[in-house]
Ligand binder design. Structure first.
Ligand code: GDP
Length: 299
């Protein structure tokens, strides 16, 4: 896995890897070094707030440990990143309810449908029964994609030709209760936080799920396309304000140089990153581990 993760993060690695390697190549730690480090972090989508916080921590480490050579900065940066990212490492525990209902949200093309397939596969491999609610009633293709996928993988998909996403998901949760299903994965249509009517619609979906099963959804999972960089931070805030996001999936980390956005999220709105998506295949979903992620970036 370590190798695979390293390969997946190749673009982010080369974005900062090469520049950092030059910076950490030896020489005295001075203001120029800090300035260059700041530029590298900012151009890697770490964002202003997280960059400032990291730099402050690194300066403290340099002072406390009496570091003088830039070769010693790498470890200081890794340690500071680890402190920043570790609070996001909270694996999803689906054993607290049955059925455990996961509602997915996100903008169009973020990777929700793909993530549902990957999650269903992952939970089935753990011996859990899964039911999918095709709550994206806007796009017929999304429903058909899930239905076809469900047939191939022996997962029941609750879908309706047209209509109200809340009704589809309400039916799905009731069906899961009746069948003794472990996990419900509820898809929703893509929407932008600025589309207020659509944000109201997903809030209604959330309320209706709670009517079908009090306390549900147990997880509001926001899927973010890593390629959107700093925009992902805005999305986390907006969706969290509207829905109370309990977990994130960072998709498409394999195709982007913007992996540094994880640090920006950690600084601005530290919602747990449950999984990272590192490819289009069914098994390209990985629980987020801060140390594994940082090692893959630096080693
Ligand atoms: P949705 O609109 O949110 O449901 O997005 P989709 O699940 O349809 O995904 C949009 C596109 O992103 C598809 O072409 C997926 O194959 C692709 N995709 C999703 N997750 C990943 C990932 O982790 N890595 C890569 N490389 N592609 C992904």
């Amino acid at each position: 896995w370590a190798e695979r993760l390293k390969r997946s993060l190749a673009k982010t690695r080369s974005q900062w890897g090469q520049q950092l390697a030059r910076l950490f190549g030896g020489g005295k730690i001075d203001e120029n070094v800090y300035e260059e480090l700041e530029t590298i972090l900012l151009t890697s989508d770490v964002g202003i707030a997280a960059t400032q916080a990291l730099l402050e921590q690194i300066r403290t480490r340099v002072k406390r440990q009496n570091l003088s050579d830039t070769t010693q900065l790498k470890e200081a940066l890794k340690q500071s990143l680890l402190e920043l990212l570790t609070p996001l490492e909270k694996p999803l525990d689906t054993t607290t309810a049955q059925p455990f209902v996961i509602m997915l949200a996100g903008v169009n093309g973020a990777g929700k449908t793909t993530t549902i397939g990957k999650l269903a596969n992952l939970f089935q491999a753990q011996g859990k029964s899964v039911l999918i609610a095709a709550g994206d009633t806007f796009r017929a293709a999304a429903r058909e994609q899930l239905q076809a996928w469900g047939e191939r993988n022996n997962v029941h998909v609750v879908a309706q030709e047209s209509g109200d996403p809340a009704a589809v998901i309400f039916d799905a949760v009731n069906s899961a209760k009746a069948r003794g299903i472990d996990i419900v994965l509820a898809d929703t249509a893509g929407r932008l936080p600025t589309q207020l009517n659509l944000m109201e619609e997903i809030r209604k979906v959330q309320r209706v799920i709670d009517k079908a099963l009090p306390g549900a959804p147990h997880e509001v999972l926001l899927v973010l396309d890593s390629n959107t960089g700093q925009n992902a931070v805005t999305q986390v805030k907006a969706f969290d304000d509207a829905l109370g996001v309990t977990g994130l999936v960072l998709s498409k980390l394999d195709g982007t140089a913007k992996g540094g956005v994880i640090a920006a999220i950690a600084q601005s709105r530290p919602v747990p990153i449950r999984y990272i998506g590192i490819g289009e295949s069914i098994d390209d979903l990985r629980p987020f581990k801060a140390s594994e992620f940082i090692d893959a970036l630096f080693e």
